[in-house]
Ligand binder design. Sequence first.
Ligand SMILES: *[C@@H]1O[C@H](CO)[C@@H](O)[C@H](O)[C@H]1NC(C)=O
Ligand SMILES: *[C@@H]1O[C@H](CO)[C@@H](O)[C@H](O)[C@H]1NC(C)=O
Ligand SMILES: *[C@@H]1O[C@H](CO)[C@@H](O)[C@H](O)[C@H]1NC(C)=O
Ligand SMILES: *[C@@H]1O[C@H](CO)[C@@H](O)[C@H](O)[C@H]1NC(C)=O
Ligand SMILES: *[C@@H]1O[C@H](CO)[C@@H](O)[C@H](O)[C@H]1NC(C)=O
Ligand SMILES: *[C@@H]1O[C@H](CO)[C@@H](O)[C@H](O)[C@H]1NC(C)=O
Ligand SMILES: CC(=O)N[C@H]1CO[C@H](CO)[C@@H](O)[C@@H]1O
Length: 448
Amino acid sequence: MQSTSLNLILFLTFLIHRHLYSSASTLPIEARPTKSGYLPVNATTGSAIFYAFYEAQFTNNTSLSQTPLVIWLQGGPGCSSMTGNFYELGPWRLTPSGKQNIKHLELQPNPGSWNRIFGLLFLDNPIGTGFSIASTPEEIPTDQEAVARHLFIAIRKFIALDPLFKSRPIYITGESYAGKYVPSIGYYILKRNPLLPLSKRVNLHGLAIANGLTDPETQVGIHALQSYYLGLINEKQKTQLEKLQFEVIQLTKAGNWSDAADARNNVFSFLQNLTGLATLFDFRRHRPYDSYWVEEFLKNPEIKKALGANESMVFEKCSKVVGAALHSDVMKSVRFKVEYLVKNTKVLLFQGQCDLRDGVVSVESWIKKMKWDGLEKFLDAKRDVWNVNGVVAGYVQKSDNLSHVVVNGAGHFVSTDQAVNAQAMIEDWILDRGLFANKHIQNLFMDL
Ligand SMILES: *[C@@H]1O[C@H](CO)[C@@H](O)[C@H](O)[C@H]1NC(C)=O
Ligand SMILES: *[C@@H]1O[C@H](CO)[C@@H](O)[C@H](O)[C@H]1NC(C)=O
Ligand SMILES: *[C@@H]1O[C@H](CO)[C@@H](O)[C@H](O)[C@H]1NC(C)=O
Ligand SMILES: *[C@@H]1O[C@H](CO)[C@@H](O)[C@H](O)[C@H]1NC(C)=O
Ligand SMILES: *[C@@H]1O[C@H](CO)[C@@H](O)[C@H](O)[C@H]1NC(C)=O
Ligand SMILES: *[C@@H]1O[C@H](CO)[C@@H](O)[C@H](O)[C@H]1NC(C)=O
Ligand SMILES: CC(=O)N[C@H]1CO[C@H](CO)[C@@H](O)[C@@H]1O
């Protein structure tokens, strides 16, 4: 498999200020996906979801037919999962290096890749995003039901690619705006499965959301307080920000969806202006996240060819067209879907601690509002200190099917900041190990 000392230089050299490429090479064999290409979602129109799949690096004696499959969905709305792939949790990460303004992009093995012991599937979702094809702009989903319908078709098409995929447990994960997508596809699968013959069901085993936007009306209410207690704004500014937040909530309650989404952007714009931070995605950063490199990398025709992507497509990290199609969806809540899911499958909510957009306080604000029998028990559960290799990595709170993890030393892009810890978390959660072990079973053994 991958040698950790391997360090491939792609000679994607260009002048940083003028964006001129000097030369380009193709994707090395080692870094190519196991499978990649298109999953058609509409035979009539030709719209299709682009995918890149990386098989598990180690499967030990577990047969491949039992090795979990993890699906990753980027947020946005309209941002490509290739950011997750090449900047966060994929097996090969782009790393800019070099002196002065001549930069090389290097692909380096990611020690925190999520495909160490699981198959890992990146989907560019919805159509129109990344390398995915929307035959007409009108076909791009404008709500979560349409997003889920396409994803369901794509996932089933993917499973059909290999007879070994059918029995593998599937975990659907994602970040940020995928706090909408993940519950929506999970809900859709659980509602559809019983109507289908066994052979056509999606073998869903769990859902995980990183720094997610799920219940926006609740989540938008916390920014003033969070920033105030971090010392980023004073009391007068807190009051001003609270007023803007209240406007978003009023517009949402009135069902004025588009204006509500604009008003939410205004909250961030105001907070940005007050704090002067490089990015609200991580209050510690002196520069924004470098995910821009992914876009440069994927503009290269040879790389597109190696990935099985349509070579004539111009890759954009985030699609404005998709963003616009889902603009009126932004403030709509999918909390009710999580309430349903947590009764029927396991759910993990995790956040990097330093995110000011969809961080810890933001997610906890809607967890508290869940209509769920297990909520009281969850809120009362012990919050464990979570160690990785003897160092505090964060905190884990778990009760029944719901797990909540705070990842220390991370912003919005958790795996970019804490790759190895995020890998430890996802592996333990999927395999019910460590702090994610079923507690009452553990106690049972201790009594013996
Ligand atoms: C495929 O596209 C056609 C034409 O736009 C539409 O009528 C049909 O509902 C679409 N099917 C799916 C599954 O989205
Ligand atoms: C796989 O199974 C064989 C036979 O049971 C055993 O000898 C070997 O140590 C196992 N390998 C791993 C990596 O678990
Ligand atoms: C939506 O809110 C705006 C104010 O931001 C207002 O001008 C507009 O009339 C509202 N639209 C509807 C349909 O209520
Ligand atoms: C933030 O500052 C920019 C640039 O000065 C300005 O255009 C924008 O209106 C400001 N946003 C808010 C909400 O004040
Ligand atoms: C690739 O994309 C272009 C432009 O979007 C489109 O015209 C063409 O049909 C696509 N080719 C294939 C093979 O899908
Ligand atoms: C947790 O999910 C399982 C399915 O994985 C379900 O059978 C169980 O009832 C759920 N537990 C609770 C307390 O809702
Ligand atoms: C699922 C599992 O137990 N995977 C193990 C397979 O083997 C590698 C390398 O020995 C271990 O690191 C994994 O934990």
